[in-house]
Design a protein around this ligand. Structure first.
Ligand code: CP
Length: 312
């Protein structure tokens, strides 16, 4: 049985983006994540510090990992959880996001978690509600809890988040995961590389202090971490893409290509993965290199930490 822990306080009311967090805030969440990771290995995984609190999941886009892990996290902390069924909601009758948020707010939730396809939607919702709001992935802007669980995973292997070379590869233009990871890893003192085909060059590239590469083999050379990204087909409107076979030939990560990186490189992917498109299927399953399943496991502990810290 694990001992109790004093839940620290965050400098922010909401978790809207890594860009708003201090290094101190990030470290507090990661340390608390450690406590919950151990707790999650016990037979009784419950740590009911949120009994009587109501958490609402408001997911306007599909999700497996984020939605389920937030639900598990909130339940393990003893909260009552409501997953709003968007398809069966009054949004289908034309109610606006604004009115939906006002309506949810009138029911006095203690915390709202939102995923939406529009940038800054979590911030807009946070201005309408009295309770804390967590951004569970919005537009191409940020996915802060993904970056936190990625950092937690890196830290558990590398014992530091400083002085690492992290190559983030693939569809940089449409990736909120890349942006949140960029903010987090550079705040912690690591170097980030963006490795992408020209057609996935981020339109806001000027904002990021990164090394840029269009060649995957060169872009991952001597990297400590290779983070592959899913092609975000749902956000691609007017870009003509190569066939998945051609994409894999040029930008797919294989065991052979990975020899360019450091011997002890970690392969990461936020999921869902497209096997043999952005990553070779056997490499994704190679537990000596790939930490994709650990990322998912750590997502529960990190989301418990985020809920606990915001509702303290
Ligand atoms: N990584 C991630 O956000 O996955 P889901 O879309 O399944 O939540």
């Amino acid at each position: 049985m694990s001992s109790d822990i004093k839940i620290p306080k965050l400098s922010q009311k909401h978790l809207l983006g890594i860009k708003y967090l201090s290094v101190k805030d990030i470290n507090k969440i990661l340390e608390l994540g450690n406590f919950f990771k151990l707790k999650n290995k016990e037979k009784n995984k419950n740590y009911p510090i949120l009994t009587g609190r109501t958490v609402i999941n408001l997911f306007f886009e599909p999700s497996t990992r984020t939605l389920i892990s937030f639900e598990i996290a909130a339940k393990r902390l003893g909260a009552d959880v409501v997953n709003m069924n968007i398809q069966g909601s009054s949004l289908r009758k034309g109610e606006t996001l604004f009115d939906t948020a006002q309506t949810i707010g009138a029911m006095n939730p203690d915390l709202v978690i939102i995923r939406h396809n529009e940038d800054n939607s979590a911030e807009k919702i946070s201005n309408l509600l009295d309770c804390p709001v967590i951004n569970a992935g919005e537009g191409v802007n940020e996915h802060p809890t993904q970056a936190l669980l990625d950092a937690f995973t890196i830290l558990s292997h590398k014992k530091t988040l400083k002085d690492l070379t992290v190559s983030i590869c693939g569809d940089l233009e449409h990736s909120r995961v890349a942006r949140s990871n960029y903010y987090l890893l550079t705040k912690m003192g690591s170097s980030v590389r963006f490795v992408y085909p020209k057609y996935f060059e981020p339109s806001d590239l000027h904002k990021y202090k990164v090394e840029k590469f269009n060649d995957l083999d060169i872009g991952i050379t001597d990297s400590d971490i290779v983070m592959m990204l899913r092609i975000q087909n749902e956000r691609i409107l007017d870009t003509e893409l190569p066939s998945t076979k051609d994409y894999f030939l040029k930008y797919g990560l294989t065991s052979e290509r990975l020899k360019n990186a450091k011997e002890d490189v970690l392969v990461m992917h936020p999921g869902p993965i497209n096997r043999d498109v952005e990553i070779e299927s056997s490499l994704a399953d190679d537990v000596n290199k790939s930490v994709i399943n650990e990322q998912v496991e750590n997502g529960v502990a990190i989301r418990m930490a985020c809920l606990g810290i915001l509702l303290k």
